[in-house]
Design a protein around this ligand. Sequence first.
Ligand code: HEM
Length: 124
Amino acid sequence: MVGLHSVVRWLVLLAAVGGLIGYARALGSSGFDAVAERLGSIYAAAIGIELLIGIVVWLIQGRWDGDDVFRSFIHPVMMIAATGVASVAVARARRTRNAIVGLIGVAASLVLVILAIPSGTWPL
Ligand code: HEM
């Protein structure tokens, strides 16, 4: 499950970049089209799935013991916030057909994700 969690993070990062490109493109002549809508939804779905996998990892590993405060509490709380920001922004962008809302929301969510990834686990 940890393996899955650590692989899906790449999909989340990739989907975030896709979402940013989709909304940025929608600011141009194409306007807020189905591509922007789809790419935003893919990011919201990817981070939502990763959140669920993370909760399972947290439960399996009994992380409530707080042994490693970052992995036990800071990482989960920040990732829940990142998922909330992404879901609200993507839904609002879709409803209002406003690419700026999506772009700012996905960017803010991505910053939270990057800050919350445990240091030392970045192969970059
Ligand atoms: C939603 C976006 C999330 C992303 C992108 C993400 C990403 C990551 C990454 C990159 C790692 C390091 C993996 C490694 O050691 O190889 C990690 C570890 C971990 N994550 Fe997440 N995570 C997310 C959400 C969550 C949530 C919501 C929880 C708990 C409720 C959680 C619990 C954990 C735990 C316990 C570890 C440590 C696993 C270990 O070291 O064995 N994650 N996560």
